[in-house]
Ligand binder design. Structure first.
Ligand SMILES: [Mg+2]
Length: 192
């Protein structure tokens, strides 16, 4: 690959896999009352929107259970958008595993096989600290600010209601599925 083909690291939860949509649906199914709509949430972690602390604990048990991660639906436009982006960039999937869920790592690999295709499984990087991974851009809905100074990559925010103006991610560029893939490539080639 030439220098004109940038390395883009793509986060899973909240970018490829619709973790919070599944979370809100689970709350509705189990009768856990929440204080806002999915698209209006202001907290990074959806459990903060559950009103009853006992329900919060029960929701955490669900998320820690085998089957949670493989059952997540794709974010809207993610599958087509990912393959379009792959025409222009060297894509790797970079995700922080949830250690409390014993099958999270395997289910993330299975999810990639099921939704993106078998050939993408070998491009899964499980990284508790994404600043350790090389790349030109990290497309992520909530990169940890402490990673940014020491990372090689430039953070690009995948927009949700919780990471917009007033949040700690407001100063970073933003890009989402459906936007022009070349715009993300240009951000990657523009340097940190
Ligand atoms: Mg994420």
């Amino acid at each position: 690959m030439t220098r004109e083909t940038p390395v883009i690291l793509v986060d899973m939860d909240g970018v490829l896999a619709a973790f919070d949509r599944a979370y809100f649906e689970m709350c509705a199914e189990l009768g856990f009352e929440v204080d806002c709509e999915l698209l209006d949430r202001k907290h990074r972690y959806s459990d903060a929107h559950i009103i009853d602390p006992a329900h919060r604990d029960l929701a955490y048990e669900e998320v820690c259970s085998p089957g949670w991660f493989i059952s997540l639906p794709p974010e809207e436009g993610a599958i087509d958008g990912f393959h379009d982006l792959a025409e222009l960039a060297d894509l790797w999937i970079c995700t922080k595993p949830m250690e409390a869920n014993p099958t999270c790592r395997d289910e993330k690999a299975r999810w990639i096989r099921a939704h993106l295709g078998k050939e993408w499984e070998s491009r899964l990087i499980l990284a508790p600290d994404k600043s350790m991974i090389r790349g030109d851009v990290l497309l992520d809905d909530a990169p940890k600010p402490r990673w940014v100074p020491r990372a090689e990559w430039r953070p690009v925010i995948f927009p949700h209601s919780f990471n917009g103006p007033g949040s700690k991610w407001e100063s970073f560029p933003r890009w989402q599925w459906g936007d022009d893939p070349q715009a993300l490539v240009d951000l990657a080639l523009g340097g940190k």
